[in-house]
Design a binder for this molecule. Sequence first.
Ligand SMILES: Cc1ncc(COP(=O)(O)O)c(C=O)c1O
Length: 208
Amino acid sequence: MGLKVSSKYLFYIILSPVGPYYPEGFNPVKIVVSDQYVRATPGGVGEAKTAGNYAACNLAEKQAQAQGFTQVLWLDAVERKYIEEVGSMNIFFVIDDEIVTPQLNGTILPGITRKSVLELARHWDLKTSERRISIDEVLEGLESGRVSEVFGAGTAAVISPVGLLHYRGQSSQVGDGQTGPVAKRFFQHLTAIQYGRENDPFGWVETF
Ligand SMILES: Cc1ncc(COP(=O)(O)O)c(C=O)c1O
């Protein structure tokens, strides 16, 4: 018995039709912000799609679901202050008129849907920023109205609006709790490009 890196790998691509990833479909999900558990630490493998990252999320997600939440929003492992991502999607905030998402720092997954959302936003001349965002900034922004929308982005989740954030026993509703216009616009255009209903100016679509 020994533990070593394999010298041979099989590379699979599995294609399959998928249904809505969350039971809510394109309706807003309720998300709990974890300050007890962490998903990934600097120097680890948080930015890779590797099984251990998902194992690290399982307990917190199970507890969240038992409390009626769909997913967990992870904070950074060091200060437990800065927003990282959700267990299965990257996260975006509409703050004033800007589309803001946490910067890639090695502990979050550099999702292809995240990249597509940023490219689409720049294509539409929307202001974007990839930076550190603290949970306090988001909660204050929800309170003041500066944060008008929160949504996740991922291959399976597509664009998933967030209607409520729950942190340290307190719930904060996002806007009126309904899907906002920015999330709707990204959802409609991304899926239209994917299904060939709309031109793809980015060269994302491959036809065989
Ligand atoms: C942890 C995590 N973050 C983000 C994403 C979104 O990545 P992508 O857009 O490449 O699917 C996923 C998708 O599975 C994920 O598992």
